[in-house]
Design a protein around this ligand. Structure first.
Ligand code: KG4
Ligand code: ZN
Length: 372
């Protein structure tokens, strides 16, 4: 069964064709990164306009790359939320128009659930056989630009939130840290690159434990970075804080040449990764997880992947610890393959939407809207 997925929750326009919820036939992503870089973050109005411009060519390209015709699409899945209202609406309306004209089922998908589902997609280049789905129960660390949650999954489609951030999301901590360091948007990959060869032990950034809870807090970390870089700031650098995406122009901060950028980036990244991996392993113990999954844009972070594997090896010395897995790199950040994959799963469970489905800018994971 060919499911077309459509994803427009933020600043990427994506469409993909996935067969039977697992095999990715095409995965087209049009990124607006260059458009938003000048502003140091995503500007919602520009994102919505970019979505309108890209949506039809991207869907066409995905269908073409899959080697099928429009009539071969069996169902259409789209991201209903959470995300930016103006961006979401573009995908919602494109999906409805296609479902109506092709007379195919329409499936509304939660973007966060789709990120988790990326762990069920076959990696590219496989031979369409022998993919083992993750063993359940699983703990999933869902870490993106807007969300940081620890989920307990005891059966496909059922999520219990074990912990979440009480302030910034992990991806946001990367993005804000990068902006403070004068690095480009998006901050995660920029910090990972800048940290290469740096000394992660040079600066001791705070790790908010919040007692034994499985919640996270990253706002103190950002403040601590701000204080640490302050002495390196050029005296003529008028603004104390770099401007935010709310301002029309992003002016990066200016620092003296002796700013220890690699050590700062490595230490900052280490603080985020340390808290994420420690709490994930704690959660895995708590629910006796058979697997640990990572999902969302920050799952692309190499240090996070390595740290989780290391923590599991240390915590279960007998070698009987949970399997740690993550999606292929291309399925970590926003994409439509994860949307199509989840759409197939939902359809199998009898879940579909009516043509009156609307965008849901706020749509917590696990709160399925009843089918119309
Ligand atoms: O899931 P995603 O593509 O979009 C949202 O749904 O938010 O996640 C984007 C976030 C950004 O904050 C970005 O900085 C972060 O994922 N990210 C990374 C890496 N690649 C993307 N963070 C750390 N390391 C990376 N390699
Ligand atoms: Zn996302």
């Amino acid at each position: 069964m060919n499911v077309l997925g459509i994803e427009t929750s933020c600043d990427e326009t994506a469409a993909a064709v996935v067969v039977d919820g697992t095999w990715v036939r095409s995965n087209v992503i049009s990124s607006q990164v260059a458009l938003h870089q000048a502003h140091g973050g995503v500007v919602p109005e520009l994102a919505a306009r970019g979505q309108v411009q890209a949506i039809i060519p991207v869907i066409r390209a995905a269908v073409e790359a899959a080697g099928i015709a429009n009539e071969d699409i069996d169902a259409i899945a789209f991201t209903q939320g959470p995300g930016l209202a103006g961006s979401l609406l573009v995908g919602v309306n494109a999906a409805k128009a296609l479902a109506m004209s092709l007379r195919r089922p329409l499936i509304a998908v939660n973007h966060l659930e789709a990120h988790v589902h990326a762990n069920w997609l076959a990696p590219p280049g496989g031979d369409d056989t022998g993919i083992d789905p993750p063993a359940l129960p699983a703990v999933c660390l869902l870490v993106s630009g807007g969300h940081t949650e620890l989920l307990h999954i005891d059966e496909p489609g059922r999520y219990e939130v074990l912990g979440r951030t009480i302030d910034d999301a992990a991806g946001e901590a990367f993005d804000k840290g990068a902006r403070l360091l004068g690095l480009e948007y998006p901050g995660g990959p920029a910090i990972q690159r800048a940290a290469a060869g740096g000394d992660r032990a040079r600066f001791q950034f705070p790790r908010a434990a919040l007692g034994q809870s499985l919640d996270f807090s990253f706002s103190g970390l950002k403040t601590s970075l701000l204080r640490t870089v302050e002495p390196y700031r050029m005296p003529d650098d008028g603004e104390r804080f770099p401007s935010t995406a709310l301002f029309p122009e992003h002016r990066p901060p200016r620092y003296r040449d002796d700013l220890p950028l690699a050590d700062l980036a490595a230490s900052y990244q280490d603080a985020i990764v340390d808290v994420l991996s420690t709490k994930t392993v704690q959660a895995a113990h708590q629910i006796r997880a058979r697997s640990i999954l990572i999902a969302g844009g920050v799952a692309a972070n190499r240090e996070l992947r390595d740290a989780l594997r290391r923590c599991v090896t240390e915590a279960w010395r007998g070698g009987d610890g949970p399997a740690v897995r993550w999606p292929d790199l291309g399925y970590c950040t926003d994409n439509a393959a994860m949307v199509a994959g989840l759409g197939f799963d939902l359809l199998q469970r009898g879940i579909r939407s009516g043509l009156d489905a609307d965008a849901l800018p706020r749509f917590p994971i696990g709160t399925r809207v009843p089918p119309a």
